[in-house]
Design a protein around this ligand. Structure first.
Ligand code: GDP
Ligand code: GDP
Length: 438
């Protein structure tokens, strides 16, 4: 399921973070089950009436001088234009209309992306309303007064935002092309890979008029089968500021992964694998997507008999939360092994949509519990009544037990391993829900 992406753009101190936090509430994305992965507060899943969307705060590091504020804002606005379906442009009523606001407004207007202009810090409507009208001069529509601090006007703002959401039901209908997201650190080789795969016949897809999304996806044909590489326009963004680039790679990954059936996580072999790779890969894991790890620039590595094994170990160490993901060593530039990716894509998607019959599943689980007894506490032992698969993408299992408290996470891990031994599931995470039955 695709969810729209909403980005907040604005000068430092206008109140972006506060609005983000108010909207995100408790739902700020933090990976609990992904050891070693901490996440900056960059994105959150938000629910408003019947609309789910992803909220992004494009504000990165605080600029320390006036003259870089504008270039930084342009940078952020461009990120929003690249990745968001709707942009919330925030200004501050207390500062009035500032020159950099106008410049960014020009940029947003030219992008033709839907923009909702909000004037923040209108804590008192009677007092500040006259100052709000000035922002009509930005030429990007009606300024909406809000107070992030006082939670005023937020409902009206969200109503406006939701109005601009693309109709994904139209987009997704009849589209059985596998959707692939390519994510990874800046310079890992993402654009090189998509370019290589697309070859001469690169087509920027725009078959459905009036939608903002297709223009940035790339259709690639292989063996007469069509694949859609998601959000490939965003791949080409470059920035001079390292922190911005890294933040950007996370923002881009979040929106692309959400729409994808399968994620290719690109690692730069010449740089080794790092925590930043784990951070980005964690997004795929957290969203339960099928994944392939592509170790790129393998041509640059001086190899001996042990190189593949050694790098594989490094990957397994740093990305220890996703042992299910197959690893392939490629060179996006020379093209070495890149076409193998298509078979892998097909295979892991198939695995992520696999359904196991309850009968067969319980045979495996009964066998497993006979081999290793379930945990017990103070004389009471965990009983597993039965297991059933309730969903795919990712395959999700409900385990009915006598007591949730007795179910230890290492035992779930054990059962997961047994299920994988029996049914494969390579490339896809599995989800387990423990439920008490009395
Ligand atoms: P950002 O840099 O755009 O993310 O801005 P912040 O969210 O960090 O807010 C900057 C300052 O403005 C903080 O001190 C906030 O408490 C304050 N602020 C944010 N929204 C409001 C508001 O609606 N009213 C008032 N009075 N202050 C606000
Ligand atoms: P992106 O930022 O992830 O999209 O990375 P790019 O595709 O722009 O690649 C960054 C740099 O790495 C470029 O100079 C590429 O030519 C280079 N590069 C990408 N893939 C390979 C590869 O497989 N081998 C080598 N030697 N260089 C590569």
């Amino acid at each position: 399921m695709s969810r729209p992406v909403v980005a907040i753009v604005g000068r430092p101190n206008v109140g972006k973070s506060l609005l983000f936090n108010k909207l995100a509430g408790e739902r700020i994305s933090i990976v609990k089950d992904t050891p070693g992965v901490t996440r900056d507060r960059i994105y959150a899943d938000v629910e408003w009436l019947n609309h789910d969307f992803i909220l992004i705060d494009t504000g990165g590091i605080e600029p320390d001088s006036k003259d870089i504020i504008l270039s930084q804002m342009r940078e952020q606005a461009q990120i929003a234009i690249d990745t968001a379906d709707v942009i919330i442009f925030m200004v501050n009523v207390r500062d009035g209309l500032v020159d950099s606001d106008s410049k960014v407004a020009d940029m947003l207007r030219r992008s033709k992306k839907p923009v909702v202009l909000v004037v923040n810090k209108v804590d008192d409507f009677d007092k500040y309303m006259p100052d709000v009208y000035e922002f009509y001069n930005l030429g990007i529509g009606d300024p909406l007064p809000i107070s992030a601090a006082g939670k005023l006007g937020i409902g009206d703002m969200l109503d406006k935002v939701v109005e601009h959401f693309p109709d994904y039901s139209v987009l997704d209908e009849d589209d059985d092309r596998p959707k692939v997201a390519v994510i990874g650190k800046p310079n890992a080789g993402k654009s090189s890979l998509v370019n290589k795969l697309a070859g001469e016949k690169r087509t920027i897809v725009s078959d459905i008029a009036g939608t903002t999304r297709d223009a940035i996806d790339t259709e690639i044909k292989y063996n007469k089968k069509k694949y859609l590489f998601i959000d490939t326009a965003g791949l080409r963004r470059k920035s001079k500021i390292k922190e911005d680039l890294e933040r950007y790679s996370i923002i881009r990954a979040v929106s692309a992964v959400d729409k994808a059936d399968v994620v290719i996580i690109m690692v730069d072999a010449s740089m080794g694998i790092t925590e930043q790779d784990a951070k980005i890969a964690g997004i795929s894991h957290e969203k339960g997507k099928a994944a392939i790890i592509a170790v790129n620039k393998w041509d640059l590595v001086e190899k001996d008999n042990n190189s593949v094994k050694k790098f594989t170990n490094d990957v397994k160490n740093i990305l220890s939360f996703m042992p299910y993901a197959p690893i392939i060593f490629i060179s996006a530039v020379s093209g070495q092994r890149v076409y193998k990716l298509f078979d892998m894509i097909d295979a892991v998607i198939e695995n992520s949509t696999l359904r196991i019959q309850t009968g067969v599943l319980n045979e495996i689980v009964t066998e497993a519990t006979a081999m290793v007894q379930p945990p017990s506490d103070k004389g009471k032992r965990l009983k597993i009544y039965y297991v059933t698969q309730v969903a795919v993408k990712p395959p999700t299992f409900v385990i009915f037990v006598n007591s949730k408290k007795l179910m230890h996470f290492s035992y779930v891990r054990y059962l997961e391993n047994k299920i994988r031994e029996a049914f494969g599931f390579e490339g896809t995470p599995l989800k387990f829900i423990i439920r008490e039955r009395t």
